[in-house]
Design a protein around this ligand. Structure first.
Ligand code: PLP
Length: 437
């Protein structure tokens, strides 16, 4: 059959990203997806599942939006590609750059386009070092990030990632990357021991995603902003997940009342319908680059400002605005958190629950009072059960975590939230039974 043919070809020829490579060889692909609509994905057998993580936290406007297909087709037919290098430009990139300047916090008005989040962060690291070089301070080059952070898999992005398993995948990292605990005091003491004159920037996700949906400690970003100002260190907000409405505001950092010097974006900028990312700069940094760069700005990807991706992004943002999806994310996020709290009452293995907008987590514990974990991670069992009931989400087991994470499309309705919670309830019950609880 076509299905078994696809399974065999997949095993033989397709090395999957971030995959349990042995298990894939033994079991084959669990789903071969074929179609999507709203919060649902359908596989080639017609099985319908809720996409509880918006695929990779990116399908913000939901699946199956024909308008995006039409925008892509029209742009591709008109001008499928042309360069934005040097002094060349085109309308989709210009319009999108201007639109994003309208949406971002005050003063962040210029974007450099990339093809995704990893490239955005690598670009940000090169940019901040270049910036300090132009100020006559080439020794300001260290990049500080947080433990448990995730910033992507390009060489700089991997090196900035605080989650050790991602760094351990390879044997040699980029130099001058350091990781600190998530407190203002830890950041300050690190800066003082290394010397601010050696540090270019601090990078942080407003809410840590891949590490397990961790909200920052109270006042954390206010302290970070103050410390960065005090020591003349640039602050990069990695908004790759939290941008474009995920947390109930347009950008995650807005929740914490501070303005970064640079922001990395990707994912929700096109809701995944085409690859695109960017680094957004403050006016000050942009002006300094203009005034001080001699000759060429020596950084650019072939697909920086791809016209089709930019046209798709413009239509995506149009839909986010027209359907008030940022507001829906906030309201439905509260509904999701209510559901998590109900699950906490119903299930002995549900510990702490948390969410901001449509980005949430459930801790799996053996003992609610002490937050003690099981001897081995339980979340993979729950993820597998959920899948049987028609819900896809992710379990985080890095560095001692045992956490379920959720980030459904921002178009989700109240009824669909309830459905998601009910499926999760069934999966938790089934696993508690397996554990003989
Ligand atoms: N930064 C954050 C916070 C992310 O969550 C991700 C991807 O999950 C990235 C960067 C990397 O983005 P990409 O996979 O598009 O390279």
């Amino acid at each position: 059959s076509t299905y078994s043919e696809l399974i065999e070809l997949d095993k033989k020829h397709f090395l999957h990203p971030t995959s349990p490579i042995k298990q894939q060889q033994e079991k084959g692909a669990t789903f071969i997806f074929d179609k999507g609509e709203g919060i649902y994905l359908k596989d080639i057998h017609g099985n319908k599942v809720i996409d509880g993580l918006s695929s990779l936290w990116n399908v913000n406007i939901g699946h199956g939006r024909e308008e995006l297909g039409k925008a892509a087709m029209e742009q591709m037919a008109r001008l499928g590609f042309s360069s934005c290098f040097a002094t060349f430009s085109h309308e989709p990139a210009i319009r999108l750059a201007a639109k994003i300047a309208e949406l971002t916090p005050e003063g962040l008005n210029t974007i450099f386009f990339t093809s995704g989040g990893s490239e955005s962060n690598d670009t940000a690291f090169k940019l901040v070092r270049h910036y300090w070089k132009l100020q006559g301070k080439p020794e300001k080059k260290k990049i500080i990030s947080r433990k448990r952070s995730y910033h992507g898999v390009a060489m700089g992005a991997t090196s900035a990632t605080g989650l050790k398993p991602f760094r351990d995948f390879t044997t040699s990292l980029a130099p001058d990357f350091y990781y600190v605990e998530s407190t203002g005091a830890a950041l300050r003491s690190f800066i003082e021991s290394e010397g601010a004159e050696t540090i270019a920037a601090f990078i942080s996700e407003p809410i840590q995603g891949t590490g397990g949906v961790h909200l920052p400690p109270q006042n954390y970003f206010k302290e970070v902003r103050e410390i960065c100002d005090e020591y003349d260190i640039l602050f990069i907000a990695d908004e790759v997940i939290t941008g474009f409405g995920r947390t109930g505001t347009y950008f995650g950092i807005e929740q914490f009342g501070v303005i970064p010097d640079l922001m990395s974006v990707a994912k929700g900028i096109t809701s995944g319908y085409a690859p695109l990312g960017g680094v957004i700069l403050s006016e000050k940094i942009h002006q300094d680059l203009i005034e001080k760069t001699e000759g060429l700005f020596m950084h650019g990807y072939t697909y920086s400002g791809h016209p089709v991706s930019c046209a798709v992004a413009l239509k995506n943002i149009d839909i986010i605005e027209r359907e008030s999806l940022v507001e829906n994310s906030r309201v439905m996020g509260e509904e999701m958190l209510k559901g998590f709290k109900w699950l906490q009452q119903e299930h002995s293995i549900v510990g702490e629950v948390r969410a901001l907008g449509l980005m949430g987590a459930i801790e799996i514990v053996k003992n609610k009072q002490t937050a003690q974990r099981f001897d081995k991670p339980i979340s993979p069992l729950i993820v597998e059960e959920s899948m049987k009931y028609g819900l896809i989400h992710r379990g985080v087991i890095y560095e001692g975590a045992d956490t379920l994470i959720f980030a459904p499309p921002l178009v989700i309705s109240k009824e669909e939230i309830h459905k998601m919670i009910n499926l999760l309830d069934k999966a938790l019950t089934a696993v508690e039974k397996q554990l003989e609880l």
